[in-house]
Design a protein around this ligand. Sequence first.
Ligand code: ZN
Length: 155
Amino acid sequence: MKNMEIKKFIENEITFMELVEKAKEVYNPRKISPFIEAGGVSAAILTEDNNIYTGVCIDTSCSLGMCAERNAIANMITNGESKIKKLVCYCGANIIGSPCGACREYLMQLDKESGNIEILTNLKEMKTVRLKDLIPDWWGARFESRDQESNFVEI
Ligand SMILES: [Zn+2]
């Protein structure tokens, strides 16, 4: 079996249900301090290298917090990866959330192929959507023909 075939086989093994279970593992609403609550939303992402990273929301006074999705992304980047294939956002009670506008923007800026990230939107029906369908007419699309490094130099 060639490497590509092995990778595809492994990829097919990681399902949205597995990502939901990973998100559930870290879901844990709690008060951290008089100013901070965390864990009321959790996220799990599957990367191109077939690793799973999770994160929880951290809600603070004075808008210093971060969403579960961006926490999971920070975990992924810390571990040297940046390409996401699938994303699940878990809100408790078997409810699946959708990334907020800020997270959609953050995800789009991560990689040229981010528009293809598959996002679970309904657990009961196992309905999914592509990120590009959640953020139509994205402003950064005009830079897609350039390489990623030049975007930072020219803007
Ligand atoms: Zn968000």
